[in-house]
Design a protein around this ligand. Sequence first.
Ligand code: NAD
Length: 353
Amino acid sequence: MNVVLVTGSAGLIGSESVEFFSKKCDLVIGFDNNTREKLFGNDASISWNERRLKQEVTNYRHHHVDITDEKAVEKIFRTYNSDIKLIIHAAAQPSHDWAASNPYKNFTINANGTLILLELTRKYIPEAVFIFTSSNKVYGDKSNSLPFVELETRWEIEEGHPYYKCGINENLSIDFSTHSLLGASKLAADILVQEYGRYFGLETGIFRGGCLTGPKQSGTQMHGFLSYLMKCTITGEHYTVFGYKGKQVRDNIHSYDLVQMFWHFYNNPRRGEVYNAGGGRHSNCSMLEAIAACELITGNELSWSYSEANRIGDHIWWISDISKFKSHYPEWDYQYDMNDILLQLFDGIRSRI
Ligand SMILES: NC(=O)c1ccc[n+]([C@@H]2O[C@H](COP(=O)([O-])OP(=O)(O)OC[C@H]3O[C@@H](n4cnc5c(N)ncnc54)[C@H](O)[C@@H]3O)[C@@H](O)[C@H]2O)c1
């Protein structure tokens, strides 16, 4: 039997992975205990998505298990053992703000939780492919020292700079910058996953996400800015923009496109490899541009205000250079761009509320 194990299976990336890989394997098992609701409140609950997966994906088995509960996780590894061919580790505490007030819990979920999964993979299924959804926050705010020019609606990097054409690649230093406690915990996990590839020979791959988004995201103020922004524009809820004149730039990749990257990696893994994975030059926006686009799509005016102080460690401009992944897996390409993503967010959120 071919089994795929997905952690954070009712979250954005986890649920997209469940749906896609359920068509490629005999059984998908998912770990998700709705930590997202505990962290961010009812609005962020993923229970609707868990229900949907259980109803719609017949070869999906859900486990309401905490990834930091080593005994419970080990029991499931022992049960499925070498039937598990692929692990997609997408469970995480994803918010900077929450991490700052809960340093222990943040690190326990993001770093220790990853270590538990790696150790159990090494013990029970060393042949399996292990994919980790890391973050561009592992580079900290290093990119904020790049030379930017201020345009009418966004910050842009100076033309002629090596990052201008394709964005920021994996060679950016991870040192001498502010990461936030979230970034530090993701970096610890990221290095562990690399090390289990290089030191222990596991088939590990690391995907450092820009902004990951899509209609299955349960966006909230603490996490998932584009989804939350669209939700506020639809519902009339107030939105606060933090710093950088609202001109900060984010690249946004649809969860489907990221999961396609996982599929290509799974078919031809490159041990311990690290990839930046975002919307790149193909799909990005500034805060101001995102607000204008949401207003255009919904026909509503967003109620928003501006707070001068930026979030600590927040990026001014981030465009992921995905050329390394493209060169290793030339058959992969984006299916969705900014416009598709916003329209899907609109439809998805409107139907849920
Ligand atoms: N969304 C983004 O913009 C973004 C950007 C960069 C990196 N990432 C990373 O990508 C991964 C997936 O992100 P996402 O957007 O799908 O997040 P998400 O919050 O939608 O999904 C994560 C899921 O993990 C579950 N979870 C959290 N802690 C758990 C635990 N201890 N045990 C079991 N389940 C637990 C949550 O309930 C949630 O459903 C995360 O590792 C995140 O750090 C996300």
